[in-house]
Design a protein around this ligand. Structure first.
Ligand SMILES: [Zn+2]
Length: 344
């Protein structure tokens, strides 16, 4: 009886499989004929109740039927899966042109910062860094700008609001010179450093004024550093940066943190000193301020008065970028207009 039933089940299952058209149908078939609770499954589970002789015969018969059905099931499944694929849709045209991947790049200012760093590093400078939110001490006091000094009015400052009275006032640094004081506190001369960074001025913006821009500070301190060293390094830097011969001109000036102080100009890189609208026919471009570090700044950093000499020099990367690429509006750099950014 049972032997006949197994044969019937096998034939029935094979027949039923022929009418299966979908994967869902196939899953239902699998449960019915091969599942744990299927009739064949129950027969296999009940083998333990038979004598060992019967177990042998019926067991081999039931297992054989199971294997046959499993084999048929696998074949049907493979056939259905293949039929379910839309080969036309899946076709890949390997000769079709690819889709360009949008790729960003470094901002012009960052590119120039890297270029400037490379030039200075090749002259033995190291790159130093400091915080953009600075204390009043490092931004002003340590640089010999005393509380009642009129020089504090030279720069309009973004002061940070205080929730409760503190000992110190904080601000957005108005120059990268604040890092000078920080660096000198922890380093002993001789050293030569550059400090690239963002600075902030609380002023109205127009084509040549921006509240946030980028500056470089250059500081070289040793036993016998002189103005001649500054002039040589400045000239070497600008000739490298603009890739042409550049002359340097110093004019007397005043900064609290340097003594003597000077403004310095370079020969106009657009007209080579012959006169053009950019240099207002003068042949010279104003670049920045510099000077020999005031001994009071050294004292504030903890150095003995008169032991060291050095020069300090600040110039704007944004301004250099405008000169190099003939950009007439400073607001374009931080304006976020991608049509501008993508040109560099
Ligand atoms: Zn010119």
């Amino acid at each position: 009886m049972l032997k006949a039933r197994i044969s019937t089940l096998e034939a029935e299952g094979k027949n039923a499989l022929k009418t299966v058209k979908t994967i869902a149908d196939l899953e239902a078939w699998e449960i019915k004929y091969l599942g744990r609770k299927s009739e064949l499954g129950n027969i296999l589970k009940s083998l333990k109740n038979f004598s060992s002789e019967e177990k042998k015969v019926i067991g081999s018969l039931a297992n054989g039927a199971r294997q046959t059905l499993a084999q048929a099931f696998a074949e049907t499944k493979a056939r259905l899966l293949e039929q379910s694929v839309d080969w036309e849709k899946e076709r890949i045209d390997v000769s079709a042109p690819g889709v360009a991947v949008a790729c960003g790049h470094l901002h012009l200012i960052t590119q120039l910062e890297h270029q400037i760093e490379d030039i200075f590093v090749s002259m033995g400078f190291t790159v130093a860094d400091g915080p953009e939110v600075e204390s009043e001490w490092y931004n002003f006091d340590a640089l010999n700008v005393s509380p009642d000094h009129p020089a504090r009015d030279m720069q309009d400052t973004f002061w940070l609001q205080r929730d409760e009275p503190q000992k110190e006032n904080f601000l957005l640094r108005t120059h990268t010179s604040s890092v000078q004081a920080r660096y000198m506190e922890t380093h002993t001369p001789p050293f030569r450093i550059i400090i690239p960074g963002k600075i902030f001025r609380n002023e109205a913006t127009d084509a040549s004024h921006e509240h946030t821009f980028h500056q470089f500070e250059c500081l070289m301190v040793g036993d016998d550093v002189s103005v001649a060293n500054f002039k040589y390094i400045a000239q070497a830097f600008f000739e490298n940066f603009f890739e042409k011969k550049v002359l340097i001109r110093l004019r007397p000036s005043f900064f609290p943190f340097t003594e003597p102080s000077f403004e310095f100009d370079i020969s106009c890189v657009l007209c080579d000193g012959n006169g053009c609208p950019v240099c207002k026919q003068s042949g010279w471009l104003e670049i920045g301020g510099a000077g020999m570090v005031n001994q009071k700044v050294f004292e504030a950093a903890g150095y003995p008065r008169g032991k060291y000499q050095g020069f300090a020099w600040g110039f704007g990367v944004t301004r250099l970028a405008m000169m190099k690429y003939k950009i007439s509006d400073i607001r374009l750099f931080m304006g976020g207009d991608l049509r501008f950014i993508r040109q560099f």
